[in-house]
Design a protein around this ligand. Structure first.
Ligand SMILES: Nc1nc2c(c(=O)[nH]1)N[C@H]1C(S)=C(S)[C@@H](COP(=O)(O)O)O[C@H]1N2
Ligand SMILES: [Mo]
Length: 250
């Protein structure tokens, strides 16, 4: 029942149920209360519709003249240098974890998939913003192609930069953000291939979240049931080491 509800909720655009909600929903009285036709509607509206609202999109003349780089501006590892030297021809995005059909996608394959373009504002917690035009593949298409399991609750993003902790920069989002229409894996900024400083060859754009969630230098994405076994278990590099909130919704 939670499986059907999750998928249906996504299809309706009402968002996925969170793990905790699922557990709650298995109790019959709670379920009746939440999911009776009347209440489901109200609950979906109040609790989840906000999360599916689009981030504001801007006009081309509002694009910032420069989109600064923050955090890592070049991973500079041997592995990254090797794929950079190949013009990223040897780079692959691995899609794994709780999926029925693991993928290894080249940049050419990503370019051949349907794209989305969006001009959005990036907000960094350090107090700067920039407006940029992003082009990339909706994450939902990739997760559907990989046949994500109904057990998956989060998507984890692995990055090429070594943060000296043995795990590297990583981030994670829930399925509401993963299937949000503006959540894309972007390979172009302002009509140019993504430059190294901004995350070449591919970075996440998750427009309803603060800057640190937008993982650059992607190497792999994984569908998981829980974040507890990953890194220090808080769902991201900054969450693990600096106490940033995992949920950084804006
Ligand atoms: N792999 C990786 N992704 C990252 C970071 C990083 O250091 N490494 N920094 C984050 C932070 S704090 C911000 S604000 C944005 C900056 O993106 P930009 O360099 O394109 O401005 O990337 C985010 N994603
Ligand atoms: Mo940031």
């Amino acid at each position: 029942m939670s499986l059907i509800l999750s998928r249906r909720a996504l299809i309706l655009g009402a968002g996925a149920t969170l793990a905790g909600c699922d557990r709650l929903a298995r109790q019959e009285p709670v379920r009746e209360l939440l999911f009776s036709a009347d209440n489901f509607h109200k609950w979906a509206q109040r609790g989840l519709m906000d999360r599916n609202a689009l981030a504001r999109e801007f006009r081309p003349d509002q694009i910032s003249p420069t989109f600064r780089a923050n955090g890592t501006s070049n991973p500079n590892t041997e592995a990254y240098k090797a794929v950079w030297r190949s013009g990223f021809a040897d780079w692959r995005l691995r899609v794994g974890g709780l999926v029925g059909h693991p993928l290894s996608l080249s940049l050419a394959q990503l370019h051949a998939m349907p794209h989305r373009e969006q001009i959005t504002r990036h907000d960094c917690v350090e107090g700067w913003s920039a407006i940029g035009k992003w082009r990339g593949v909706p994450l939902s298409l990739i997760l559907d192609a990989a046949r994500m399991s109904s057990r998956a609750r989060y998507i984890v993003f692995r990055c090429a930069d070594d943060m000296g902790d043995g795990n590297g920069y990583y981030e994670s989002i829930d399925l509401v953000d993963a299937f949000h229409p503006q959540t894309i894996l972007a390979f172009a900024l302002n009509d140019r291939p993504l430059r190294v400083a901004n995350g070449a060859p591919l970075r996440l754009r998750v427009e309803r979240q603060l800057g640190y969630k937008h993982a650059k230098y992607l190497t792999a994405i994984e569908a998981v049931e829980s974040l507890s076994g990953i890194g220090k278990g808080k769902g991201g590099f900054w969450e693990d080491f600096s106490g940033y909130d995992w949920y950084a919704g804006i």
